[in-house]
Design a protein around this ligand. Structure first.
Ligand code: CMC
Length: 437
């Protein structure tokens, strides 16, 4: 079922384009799943025409065998495996292996991967100097961008991109160290001493210990919390060519250091239209406050003048439902019940979803709850502060980003990314000295 970039080809015929007095036959490429694509590569050369597609709503930027989304059917596959099966049966670390390597690991491979990740979780002591430079109230995503970017200065000269083992090791280091960095950012904002990773713990438990354990008392970890976070990580691990992954690939296409690539992905993730939505959802729900204010929030979201959107609603690709949102919604009820939490924001979220799904504005535009709509309520139940929500997303997405970076390095069509533009500025004119302007 999995496709490699090289076996996707011009199987579905051609499209004839008449332009600039010329006729050109453009090949149609067939993916293993999904819509055919017109390969416009020779259009500029043969006709002098470029194509225009702001926001890349109709343009495939690469061939990839990692993740498949069918937005109309609400399907999400990692390497061919449906997300609901992985959510039920797998673990985040196994999913990270799958994304990176293309196949599920056997027991030995999983043991080795787990061991490798566990043994690259430590940070160089000099990282503390970088961390110490941030104000205590710095946004953790700002710290995360800076800290991950700084890794490029620790692992730079010795990285041979042509060596598959070195590339693999870069991915292992990243998946291993990002949770350590994330927890360090949180502890910096709390004024707590850093907590070293405990390699004998599973990935998510290790992270939660690094986040929450204080020197004065041991952390008693609730397995429900660890399971819930592991599941959230699985659901966030990859999502094909979204804004942050495309950013990682664009930066990667220049040959930049992989740690710098991931730092750029974190920056892209931060925005409220992308990964920052989970933080924005919780703030929105808290602002709405009670079910009786739901209708006025819906009205405001429909009013284009208000500048307000229903955060956690809508998606560029999903025009049916986001399969991740369905899983998270169910899990949200379960986690709150098992942890004995009665959060009034869950009631607000459910009323908001109900009202939006009945409203013509949302129905006509096919706007459904996305992955971020309910995830914040779960993070809150796990005592993860709101500003750390997008950091949680980044920990999980690091697996996907690195899988894409690895895939890109061996793509036979690897090229620097360089979009064109439609220039709308002034025509050519002469410079004028300042006293003549
Ligand atoms: N609330 C109200 N109206 C909306 C919303 C919303 N959340 N989302 C889209 N619309 C309207 C939009 O105003 C437009 O209306 P019209 O056709 O009348 O101009 C129409 O729906 C299509 O929207 P769009 O902005 O052209 O769609 P897009 O594909 O460019 O944007 C989106 C997708 C996710 C950025 C957008 O739906 C949005 O801003 N949602 C809220 C932010 C959010 O939840 N983001 C997380 C996305 S999922 C996780 C992730 O990617 O990281």
């Amino acid at each position: 079922m999995s496709a490699t970039p090289s076996n996707v080809g011009p199987k579905a015929g051609t499209v004839a384009v008449q332009a600039a007095g010329k006729s050109v036959e453009l090949p149609i490429l067939s993916p293993t799943l999904g819509n055919d694509c017109v390969d416009i590569g020779k259009l500029p050369k043969e006709t002098g025409l470029f194509t225009y597609d702001p926001g890349f709503t109709a343009t495939a930027s690469c061939k990839s065998a990692i993740t498949y989304i069918d937005g109309d059917e609400g399907v999400l596959l990692y390497r061919g495996y449906p997300i609901d099966q992985l959510a039920k049966e797998s673990s985040f670390l196994e999913v990270a292996y799958l994304l990176m390597n293309g196949e599920l690991p056997d027991a030995r491979q999983m043991g080795e991967f787990d061991h490798d990740v566990a043994h690259h979780t430590m940070l160089h002591e000099a990282f503390k100097n970088f961390l110490g430079g941030f104000r205590h109230d710095a946004h953790p995503m700002a710290m995360l961008v800076g800290m991950i970017g700084s890794m490029a200065s620790f692992y730079h000269n010795d990285l041979d991109y042509d060596d598959p083992e070195e590339r693999r090791m870069a991915a292992i280091r990243m998946i291993a160290k990002v949770p350590t960095i994330a927890a360090a950012c949180y502890r910096h904002s709390m004024g707590w001493p850093l907590r070293f990773p405990r390699n004998n713990l599973p990935y998510v438990d290790r992270f939660l210990h690094m986040m929450f354990e204080v020197p004065s008392e041991p952390l008693v970890l609730n397995p429900v919390a660890a399971k819930a976070l592991d599941l959230l990580f699985i659901l966030h691990a990859d999502h094909e060519q979204n804004a942050s992954t495309s950013t990682v690939r664009l930066v990667g296409s220049t040959g930049a250091n992989p740690y710098a690539c991931i730092a750029s992905g974190v920056a892209a993730l931060w925005g409220p239209a992308h990964g920052g939505a989970n933080e924005a959802v919780l703030k929105m729900l808290a602002e709405i406050g009670t079910a009786k204010n739901v209708q006025s929030a819906i009205d405001r979201a429909k009013d284009k003048e208000s500048g307000f959107r229903l955060m956690g609603f809508g998606h560029r690709v999903y025009k049916n439902f986001d399969p991740r949102a369905k899983i998270i919604r169910e899990m949200c009820h379960k986690v709150l019940e098992e942890l004995g939490i009665d959060d009034p924001l869950l009631e607000v979220a459910m009323r908001l979803e109900e009202a939006a799904l009945k409203d013509d504005y949302f129905v006509q535009r096919k706007l459904y709850p996305n992955v971020d709509f309910y995830s914040g309520i779960i993070y809150k139940a796990l005592k993860i502060p709101t500003e750390m929500f997008t950091v949680m997303f980044a920990i999980a997405r690091t697996a996907g980003w690195m899988a894409h970076w690895l895939e890109q390095q061996t793509d036979p069509e690897f090229k620097i990314g360089r979009p064109r533009q439609i220039y709308t500025g002034s025509g050519i004119r002469d410079y004028m000295a300042v006293d003549k302007r």
